[in-house]
Write a protein that binds this ligand. Structure first.
Ligand SMILES: *Cc1c(COP(=O)(O)O)cnc(C)c1O
Length: 428
């Protein structure tokens, strides 16, 4: 094994240090596997109930009328998330698009959108109109209000109560921290927030941005009262096989409006050819629970590996996990470059590329990204990125297999050690 890792560029000392860290993670990994086992059964049960068969994998074109595979996949998603309805489509281009469809379908002029969990994900700022944009919700007469989290990252119930008014129509709740420093919320915490919102205003629509959270726990936000859960198929639920797509699961009334918004009033879910993507969608969803487990093991390994070397990691090595993202504060520009070079050099695709900090549209600071993915931008595949600014944190996520995640993390440390930016303990 050591020889194989050496051939890939991991020295014996780095490998041995990694093995020592891993020894102490056996119990954590067992728990991750138990969640995956439960979720695997949940997905298989939904597929069996809906009698998935070869006819579901046929390609359709044009209008896509009577698309058996597409319609059945939506029932499989609805049964897995325990919702009345689901919209799962390759015509939804990404997570931001899925969220935009869900918001713009369910908010009308004069309505107000509330974020009770502080600022939303970056790309939603233009969708909402926090940053001016053509076609924002703001331009269509939908106003926005936000209740910030308390300094310790918990819900500010007084501020939320004060923010709800007669125009508050929909609350958007982001499960994952995304690229912010706040904690990720557990499904249970989200359930408490939804119950609170509904106690103030029973008809408020609660939508959860479920990106990076699917299958991390045995329950989903739709099990604790969410009216809609929304996410991207090039993250967790696509299992690495979906080459595009998004989903919205929820109440029939809400999802139907989303379908009317995505296609056209009157057409809704009836149109939308699957373009031959059904095998990837079904098989990816089938694999998703174990793929998420691999990514989680990678995140836990990285946290513990770097924490012991004195780096700050969020979440820390022992905290429970509610999404697949791991932040590692490397303390310098050089550290970020070395870390990303390691991740890149472990990739099955583009391993020869050299990630460099670069100016990116929409970002104030330079950004560095490492990704060697089969699907462009897929962040369920092993990837790392971050803005070049203090505390020089790299956000690391994904890994279709645990062994690939492990190799990437060991190589990141290898590059750090070679650059003199990390020192291995004598007997950690
Ligand atoms: C990734 C992500 C999005 C946006 O998804 P894209 O596919 O990048 O458009 C929205 N919210 C959260 C929390 C995310 O992690």
């Amino acid at each position: 094994m050591r020889q194989m890792y050496a051939a890939l560029g991991v020295s014996e000392t780095v490998y041995d240090y990694g093995e020592r860290v891993l020894k102490e993670l056996e119990e954590r990994f067992r728990k991750v596997d138990a969640v995956a086992e439960y979720n695997q059964a949940k997905v298989i049960a939904a597929m069996q109930k809906n009698r998935v068969n070869a006819a579901c994998f046929a390609a359709t074109t044009g209008y896509g009328y009577d698309d058996v595979g597409r319609d059945n996949l939506e029932r499989v998603y609805a049964d897995t998330f325990h919702t009345e309805a689901a919209l799962v489509r390759p015509q939804i281009t990404c997570g931001t698009h899925a969220l935009t469809v869900a918001l713009s379908a369910n908010l009308l002029p004069g309505d107000e959108l509330l974020s009770p969990v502080g600022s939303p994900y970056d790309t939603l700022e233009e969708v909402i109109g926090i940053r001016e944009s053509k076609c924002s919700l703001k331009e269509y007469g939908v106003t926005y209000r936000q209740a910030d989290l308390k300094p310790d990252g918990t819900f500010d119930y007084d501020a939320i109560r004060a923010a709800v008014n007669e125009r508050t129509k929909l609350a958007t709740i982001q499960r994952s921290k995304g690229y912010a420093t706040r904690p990720t919320f557990s499904v249970e915490q989200i359930g408490e927030l939804i119950a609170f919102l509904k106690s103030i205003k029973p008809d408020i629509i609660c939508m959860v941005d479920n990106c990076y959270g699917e299958f991390v726990e045995t329950i989903e936000p739709s099990d604790v009262g969410a009216d809609m859960v929304v996410g991207s198929l090039i993250k967790n639920p696509g299992g690495g096989l979906a080459p595009i797509g998004g989903y919205i699961c929820g109440k029939k009334e809400c999802v139907e409006r989303c379908a009317y918004r995505l296609s056209a009033p009157g057409l809704g879910q009836e149109v939308g050819a699957n373009l031959g993507l059904m095998p990837a969608f079904y098989q990816g969803f089938f694999l998703a629970p174990t793929v998420v487990a691999s990514a989680l093991k990678g995140a836990i390994f990285a946290a513990n590996l770097y924490e012991r070397l004195g780096f700050r990691v969020v979440p820390n090595g022992s905290e429970p996990r509610y999404d697949i993202i791991q932040a590692v504060e490397l303390g310098s520009r050089e550290g970020m470059i070395a870390f990303c070079k390691g991740i890149q050099s472990a990739a099955p695709v583009d391993s020869f590329a050299d990630p460099m900090p670069w100016a990116m549209p929409g970002y104030e600071d330079e950004v560095i990204m490492a990704a060697g993915a089969f699907v462009q931008g897929s962040s369920i595949e092993l990837s790392a990125d971050g803005p070049i600014r203090p505390p020089y944190a790299v956000y690391f996520q994904g890994g279709l297999t645990w062994y690939h995640a492990k190799l990437g993390i060991l190589l990141s440390l290898q590059k750090m050690v070679e650059a003199g930016l990390a020192r291995l303990p004598e007997n950690a």
